[in-house]
Design a protein around this ligand. Structure first.
Ligand code: HEC
Ligand code: HEC
Length: 110
């Protein structure tokens, strides 16, 4: 009897582990796979600042923090959700937010 109960408990534990085992997610990679993949709209060509790309990947923060380039200028080509923040969230850097411009009423002569 005790063996049967033990058997059921072991089976239950194994089933729960299998059911709730965390699925592995791929690292953020350019045109990679999974929810963290980094995408840039293919209509844009990479600017000269991005060459070589592996230098840019590890130095873009210095260029922006130094003020050589404005963060808002990156957003002409990059959608922050799919091409900045999936990586920033992974490495623990603050998310890039799109600055909201104050809405000004344009006067019209109607
Ligand atoms: C003219 C369009 C354009 C602008 C402006 C631009 N980028 Fe990019 N960026 C790209 C493209 C295209 C790629 C992909 C490069 C490739 O495929 O070789 C890229 C790639 C990157 C990557 C590498 C992503 C990865 O996972 O490998 C980072 C980081 C990046 N850009 C940051 C920035 C930052 C920061 C700025 C602003 C200072 C910026 N970009 C401005 C087009 C742009
Ligand atoms: C492939 C990964 C990756 C992508 C994509 C990426 N970043 Fe980063 N970014 C990093 C890492 C890693 C750091 C932090 C480096 C450090 O702390 O030394 C960083 C830091 C920064 C910083 C400095 C933040 C701080 O608190 O000092 C800025 C600004 C920045 N990134 C802008 C951007 C913008 C804009 C984009 C999208 C156009 C982008 N990054 C896309 C990896 C990425």
């Amino acid at each position: 009897m005790r063996k049967a109960v033990l058997g059921i408990v072991v089976l239950l534990v194994v089933t729960l582990i299998v059911a709730f085992y965390p699925a592995s997610v791929d690292k953020p990679a350019l045109n990679g796979s999974g929810p963290l993949a980094v995408y840039i709209d293919p209509q844009y060509a990479a600017p000269a600042t991005h060459s070589p790309l592996d230098w840019w990947q590890t130095h873009h923060m210095d260029v922006v923090n130094r003020g050589d380039l404005q963060q808002t200028d990156c957003l002409y080509c990059h959608d922050p959700e799919i091409s900045c923040n999936n990586c920033h969230g992974y490495v623990g850097v603050d998310p890039i937010v799109i600055p909201t411009l104050p809405i000004t009423k344009i006067s019209s002569n109607d």
